[in-house]
Design a protein around this ligand. Structure first.
Ligand code: 3HC
Ligand code: NAI
Length: 701
């Protein structure tokens, strides 16, 4: 059992003890009901305090139990809350740190609530594609009013306890403790003060009225707002329906309605995707062969080499986290340009009210520049972001090896080059690692941490921790061309090219995949990033891989100088100063001529085929990446695509999506594509891992 029971005089104390956040799993639920019956059967006990050990009162239902029989095993959460309500002895919840989801619902089933200041209070189920399913939609409006409760339920955002406790008319908290330290004693005192009450005198939230003065009109207004905000996600509107039921139905009927809607959501693909995202994000921070208690190196100052597009954004991440940064460049003009861009970015945030002036001043004060490597001798972490040429990287890493202090971590932001080769330019390959940021580096969440064959475990542990500190989602990748993300995108782009050859237009491909949910289709994305970048990579790869098969349309486009938005023309035309992609006759003619050159008769291609070829190309390459040990788990690949490549969140990433579609179906579709003479049949042979999982009746998850 993960709840403890003790008696202090006339007060029984039930303490949830299920680290890390007292998730309300089966053993905790049993512990609570067990403690409750002990307390109610002990004549010496006059009142009960329930609290949580460690860093939370409770983070809610145990997410790890979802989808298993344990989640519903009696006593389930609803039964526990009913048991609390039915207790003839007063129950006081002593709430601190975090009270979320089922944890808050549990507290709402208690007779009284004493809370510590600074506690994060939330019903965040909507972020998992769910609604509060243990009475939260019925009880919270009764204690906070319909509007405040609905806002909290639909947004899932935490609110600080002192704010809620001071809201006029609120009945959520009976007492705000003076401090977190005094909470327990104050809750026990409170329990003593109500110890004499008879069962009939004990207040129950379910008995409070629940109405909104504007009734239907308010809910219509709220529905319009929520509909606008929740494209592709069913949960927010169902939250609204459930709260509305609280105002129109009797309590028990409202509870039944909440359960009905909760069950629908639990079975929805969107919730499955969001729950996968929650778990995969946390799992990504764990490296199978690096123990969680691996000692870390202290990172108190950072050096950045190169003040270009990436160097500036990378620096901002550390400045934002309060870590001093020294940028090195070859020329003063380059430094001045880089610093001016950083300033401009921060000033724009100040103008928009997103950054306070004093914070801006603090951040800029942490920034310094140099033209001399010797000035980097005290840096704990040095990140290189110079031109993508091995010779340039060699010169930089030799200099770093000369000046960096022993134990300093030397990182490269290379997007394609071999991190092992870069490490070999130094006499300390164990200290070298890839830190592959995505552009704009101060905005994009993804950080691919590239593990060289000699990278030390404490270097990895340190980089993962610093990634968390600068609020990145860090995913470990092995060394290969393109690492996880760009290695997969190559296959996606190749399919996009073949689709043009076979009969699709850039706008049809973009529209189909954007309808699937991608932020941007491959051709609009190419125009934004610059088609010349892919062109340079293809030229390099062509020298390394003679058998590389791809559509030459992209090269022909670049031969016309159509590099994208920056040249005013790419796969689309652009009007000066505007970003709207206008279909281009030049491009359509180029594609048509290319088909003629290749002797291809175009055919009509369905949107379904477009989506499957693009997404399953990611899946098959993702499976090879797992086979090769470049990624250690499928969830890591999903995190890369969700946080770095605009894969629709509600679909949970390519590997999760394939698992949901059924790997047997995915493999059969790949085999069908393999028969297409214009496509790359060799690529479409389902990866051995997929074949194995199909044979075993398993999925990636
Ligand atoms: N159940 C099980 N484990 C949970 C959990 C939960 N509800 N919430 C967090 N955890 C685990 C995480 O998986 C992680 O585990 P790990 O150390 O093994 O990776 C650990 O707690 C710490 O989590 P974070 O890294 O997120 O730690 P933070 O301190 O940054 O945040 C938190 C803590 C605010 C509680 C955050 O984890 C959070 O927001 N959790 C989600 C809470 C939630 O969604 N609750 C609703 C659950 S659904 C529900 O209650 C249904 C009910 O209505 C019927
Ligand atoms: P950039 O051309 O904008 O900036 C490079 C900067 O490095 C320039 O300011 C240049 O003056 C400086 N530089 C070159 N050689 C130097 C040296 N020897 N010493 C000091 N400074 C030197 O290039 P960008 O886009 O910032 O790329 C940098 C690195 O980041 C490359 O390895 C690139 O592959 C990688 N990358 C780029 C991404 C992008 O979207 N631009 C995304 C992820 C990684």
């Amino acid at each position: 059992m993960t709840a403890e029971y003790k008696v202090l005089g006339e007060i029984a104390v039930i303490t949830m003890t299920n680290p890390p956040v007292n998730g309300l799993g089966f053993s905790t639920r049993v512990g609570i009901t067990d403690g409750l019956s002990k307390a109610n059967n002990d004549p010496a006990v006059k009142a009960i305090v329930i609290t949580g050990a460690g860093k939370a009162f409770s983070g809610g239902a145990d997410i790890k139990e979802f989808g298993t029989s344990k989640a519903l095993q009696e006593p389930n959460l609803l039964s526990v809350i009913l048991a609390l309500e039915a207790s003839p002895k007063p129950i006081v919840a002593a709430i601190h740190s975090v009270v979320m989801g089922g944890g808050l619902e549990l507290a709402l089933g208690c007779h009284y609530r004493v809370v510590a200041p600074g506690t994060s209070v939330a019903l965040p189920e909507v972020k998992l594609g769910l609604l509060p399913g243990a009475g939260g939609t019925q009880r919270l409006p009764r204690v906070l009013g319909v509007e405040t409760a609905l806002n909290m339920i639909v947004s899932g955002e935490p609110v600080k306890s002192e704010l809620l406790a001071s809201a006029p008319g609120q009945k959520l908290f009976d007492k705000l403790a003076a401090s977190a330290e005094s909470l327990f004693d104050e809750a026990v005192e409170f329990a003593k003060s109500v110890a004499g009450k008879s069962p009939a005198e004990l207040p129950l939230v379910r008995n409070l009225p629940c109405k909104h003065p504007q009734g239907d009109a308010y809910f219509q207004f709220a529905k319009n707002m929520v509909t606008g905000m929740s494209k592709n996600y069913p949960a927010p509107l169902k939250c609204l329906e459930a709260v509305r039921a609280a105002t129109t139905m009797k309590f028990n009927d409202g509870m039944a309605e909440e359960r009905r809607l909760f069950t629908q959501l639990m079975l929805s693909p969107e919730s499955s995707a969001l729950r996968h995202l929650f778990m995969a994000e946390r799992a990504a921070s764990k490296i199978p062969d690096v123990a969680e208690d691996t000692p870390q190196r202290a990172i108190k100052s950072v050096g950045v080499i190169g003040a270009g597009t990436m160097g500036g954004g990378i620096s901002m991440n550390f400045l934002n986290a309060g870590i001093p940064v020294k940028i090195l460049e070859m020329k003063q003009e380059a430094l001045d340009r880089g610093v001016a861009t950083i300033k401009k970015n921060y000033e724009a945030q100040v103008k928009k009210g997103k950054l306070k002036q004093d914070k801006y001043d603090q951040r800029m004060a942490l920034l310094s520049t140099t033209l001399s490597y010797d000035d980097l001798k005290d840096c704990d972490l040095i990140i290189e972001a110079v031109f993508e040429e091995l010779g340039v990287k060699e010169a930089v890493f030799k200099e770093l090896d000369r000046v960096a202090k022993p134990g300093a971590i030397l990182a490269s932001n290379t997007s394609t080059l071999d991190v092992d080769k870069i490490a070999a330019f130094t006499k300390r390959p164990q200290d070298v690692v890839g830190m592959h940021f995505f552009s704009p580096a101060n905005v994009m969440k993804l950080l691919e941490v590239v593990r060289g064959k000699e990278t030390a475990k404490d270097v990895l542990a340190t980089v993962m921790a610093i990634g968390k500190k600068i609020k990145k989602t860090s995913v470990v990748s092995g060394v290969c061309d393109g690492f996880i993300g760009n290695r997969m995108i190559e296959q996606y782009s190749r399919q996009a090219g073949f689709l043009l050859d076979e009969g699709a237009t850039p706008q049809q491909v973009d529209k189909a995949i954007e309808k699937f949910g991608f932020a941007m289709g491959p051709f609009r994305m190419g125009d934004l990033a610059g088609n010349d970048i892919g062109w340079a990579i293809r030229k390099r790869r062509a020298t390394e891989r003679a058998d590389m098969k791809y559509s030459r349309t992209a090269d022909k486009l670049c031969e016309l100088g159509r590099f994208g938005q920056k040249t005013g023309a790419g796969w689309y035309d652009y009007q000066a100063g505007k970003r709207d992609a206008i279909p281009s006759q030049v491009v359509l003619d180029l594609i048509e001529q290319h088909r003629k050159d290749e002797g291809i008769t175009p055919r009509k291609i369905s949107d379904e085929e477009i989506v499957q070829r693009l997404v399953y190309a990611l899946v098959n390459e993702g499976a090879h990446i797992l086979e090769d040990g470049i990624a250690s788990k499928a969830g890591d690949i999903d995190m890369v695509y969700l946080t770095g490549y605009g894969f629709p969140i509600f679909r949970g990433g390519p590997m999760h999506y394939a698992s949901q579609a059924g790997l047997y179906n995915v493999a059969e579709t790949m085999r069908r594509f393999a028969k297409n003479p214009r496509d790359d049949g060799k690529f479409w042979e389902p990866a051995a891992l997929i074949q194995k999982l199909v044979a075993e009746g398993k999925s990636f998850s």
